[in-house]
Design a protein. Structure first.
Length: 295
């Protein structure tokens, strides 16, 4: 059986709902993540009625369901007030509930050094007396404060391998503290396959750290490809160097059975191919995986 291909709306930030529905219908995508931002279709100011209308339009025209709300909440951002972050996360959890989504993506995003190389773990600019452990614990505390809302709504926060916590090791530190604060919580991770790889963490190592927060419906895997670790510009899946087959074998052997969701970052790289073309390439790359890497 071939892995299910899902997608994020980040790949078509300015398309109309009709165009989005047509893209997903043409490429056979049935599950999507919706990117939230002021410039996107789904915004923090969207009303419940607007969210329901967009949800229903995608379902009616393309048979698409929404499984994740990809927020830009930055739980480790020490430049933001704790209450503000908790309120934003709770609002996104509510959005997910309205949209019928199971997950809400959050970023770590501790303040980074002004310049850093994409193929290296970034340094952080933290308040005095705060280190990696301290800022990770602070991120866990933000999530923990929103867990009663998450549990009530049946929505799970997911911490992405991104920015200050790009690799599995750092991502798992947040979970370490979250598990101590809120034993038995269902918060999970998003393993963006490109990010830990580009900073030098082997896929097997990443999966070892993240497995508890991915399998059994706990988290999500995002796929993307790039030409080499120092360049984050997206390339069509299968034409770059991100080791998709190796990662998928780890996922299969480790018990992950969720979708592979293409996060085609055309919002940030407008020069790349349209989302439909990227989805066609991604499906071909998934179908071409060796048998031992297939679900």
């Amino acid at each position: 059986m071939t892995w299910e291909l899902a997608a994020s709306t980040l790949g078509a930030p300015y398309d109309t709902m009709d165009e989005l529905a047509r893209t997903f219908k043409n490429t056979g995508v049935k599950q999507i993540e919706v990117a939230v931002g002021d410039e996107m279709k789904f915004t923090m100011a969207s009303t419940d009625d607007e969210l329901k209308a967009m949800r229903d339009e995608l379902a009616d025209k393309a048979g698409v369901s929404i499984f994740s709300v990809d927020s830009r909440v930055q739980v480790c951002n020490t430049d933001r007030e704790d209450d503000e972050l908790v309120e934003s996360l709770e609002h996104c959890l509510h959005m997910a509930s309205v949209l019928g989504a199971k997950y809400v993506r959050v970023f770590p995003t501790a303040p980074l050094e002004p310049s850093w190389d994409p193929d290296r773990l970034p340094g952080m600019v933290l308040p005095k007396s705060m280190n990696l452990a301290g800022v990770s614990k602070r991120g866990a505390e933000i999530i923990a404060r929103a867990l009663p809302t998450a549990d009530k709504l049946g929505v799970q926060p997911l911490i992405e391998t991104h920015d200050s916590h790009t690799n599995g090791e750092r991502n798992a530190i947040i979970h370490y503290y979250l598990d101590k604060i809120a034993p038995g919580n269902r918060a999970g991770s998003i393993w963006d396959l490109a990010h830990p790889w580009r900073v030098g963490e082997a896929p097997a190592t990443t999966f070892e750290y993240l497995k508890p927060y991915l399998v059994n419906g706990r988290g999500v895997v995002q796929i993307k490809d790039c030409a080499f670790p120092g360049d984050q510009t997206p390339v069509l899946q299968g034409t770059g160097r991100v080791p998709l087959a190796e990662c998928c074998k780890l996922l299969k052997d480790g018990g992950y059975a969720g979708p592979l969701s293409l996060e085609w970052e055309r919002r940030w790289y407008p020069q790349v191919e349209p989302l439909e073309e990227a989805l066609v390439a991604a499906r071909k790359a998934i179908e071409a995986l060796p048998a031992e890497s297939q679900l």
